[in-house]
Design a protein around this ligand. Structure first.
Ligand SMILES: *Cc1c(COP(=O)(O)O)cnc(C)c1O
Length: 359
């Protein structure tokens, strides 16, 4: 059987059906129905946050983060090392992404390089807790305070990670998350905004449902409401969060042992309780990465190049030079990591990598 980089967690079908039955009985399919409200309550309690909004996906969550903070033009300082949605949401809101290079050891935006990228057009910093590792949140907030900027965290990978004993999603003016099928905790499609300020949260509440209540239209809005069926999947997955993280730790620990220093791994911050969302490995060169890929592909195993290319190099972006991100992007990949990945498969992957690299 083919082994891909990820595989969605599936809850017992009976537990999902229990919610579907209720949906069929009530006939309530969407518009902040009981499943959506229940899931919102459960997830905000799990994360220990207020002002939690469950929305249709992690990309619209980023767009709502910008619009709820009234950022519809100007420059956004952001990272080139992420999934394309981080940059595209900035562009879609008619803002200009300004790329600041990353830390070589954990691939998050280099906070020490942010200040020199600030201009009188800068409105916000949009950073990414990439692979579930923490940005330098203290330093970023310090800079934001000094220059009166908003802070948005793309926390698509951050669910379940804790920094200084608080959810990583509790930092910044707005943090977003993704519950896409490939993410650690999923609702098939889905996302969330976690908002610090109550008045911003109230605005986002309107913006996510067309900007009106009844016949009173308060502001421009969009449709980011999630359906009851998606929320039902979330409710069925919810009881398994601890098991999901524990099993991902099992896989990661086995890779750690099996690879034994053959590849470079990110450095975890000492205050971070990690969620094991991904298992990124950095090779010495792109050629080495491609060798490992062909050896694994020959065994029907498919790791993924996360993230490539560096987003400052997108064809529709005229981005600043980011030599570290451009270099790392060429030689980093994520190994298969999901609940139920068999020990023998993990051993095989480790052996193939070792045989290719450490002969
Ligand atoms: C998955 C992802 C997104 C987008 O989330 P969707 O729910 O797929 O829209 C945004 N940013 C990062 C870093 C992601 O990995």
């Amino acid at each position: 059987m083919s082994v891909y980089v990820t595989k969605s967690f599936m809850p017992p079908i009976d537990e999902y059906n229990k919610y579907v039955k209720k949906i069929f009985e009530s006939g309530v399919l969407t518009n902040q129905g009981p499943c959506v409200q229940d899931l919102q309550k459960k997830l905000s309690a799990y994360l220990g946050v207020d002002n939690f909004h469950y929305v249709t996906n992690g990309t619209i969550a980023l767009q709502l983060a910008l619009s709820s903070l009234d950022i519809n033009d100007g420059e956004i300082i952001t990272t080139p090392f992420s999934y394309v949605a981080t940059t595209s949401s900035v562009l879609w809101q008619r803002c200009k992404p300004v790329f600041v290079d990353i830390e070589p050891d954990n691939f998050t935006i280099d906070a020490n390089k942010i200040e020199s990228a600030i201009t009188d057009k800068t409105r916000a910093i949009m950073a990414v807790h990439v692979f579930g590792y923490a940005c330098n949140v203290d330093k970023i907030q310090q800079i934001a305070n000094k220059y009166n900027l908003k802070v948005i965290y793309d926390g698509a990978h951050a669910f379940g990670s804790k920094y200084k004993n608080k959810s990583l999603l509790s930092y910044g003016d707005v943090s977003t998350c993704s519950f896409h099928a490939t993410k650690l905790f999923h609702t098939v499609e889905g996302g969330a905004c976690i908002v610090r300020d109550k008045s911003v949260s109230d605005k986002l509440e309107y913006q996510k449902r067309f900007g009106h209540q009844g016949d009173t239209h308060y502001m421009l809005g969009i449709n980011a409401k999630q359906s009851e069926f998606h929320a039902a999947m979330g409710l069925a997955n919810y009881p398994y969060i601890a098991d999901i993280i524990a099993d991902r730790k099992r896989v990661s620990d086995m890779y750690d042992n099996g690879l034994g220093g053959c590849v470079v791994r990110p450095k975890k911050q000492s205050d971070l309780e990690y969620n094991y969302a991904y298992y990124p490995v950095v090779f010495k060169s792109e050629a080495e990465l491609l060798n490992v890929f062909s050896a694994l592909n020959a065994q029907d195993i498919y790791p993924r190049r996360y993230f490539y290319p560096s987003l400052n190099k997108l064809p529709y972006v005229n981005g600043e030079k980011c030599p570290i991100s451009e270099d790392i992007s060429k030689r980093i990949a994520c190994l298969p990591l999901y609940v139920g990945l068999e020990n023998e498969t993990i051993q095989k992957i480790s052996q193939v990598i070792k045989a290719t690299l450490c002969r």
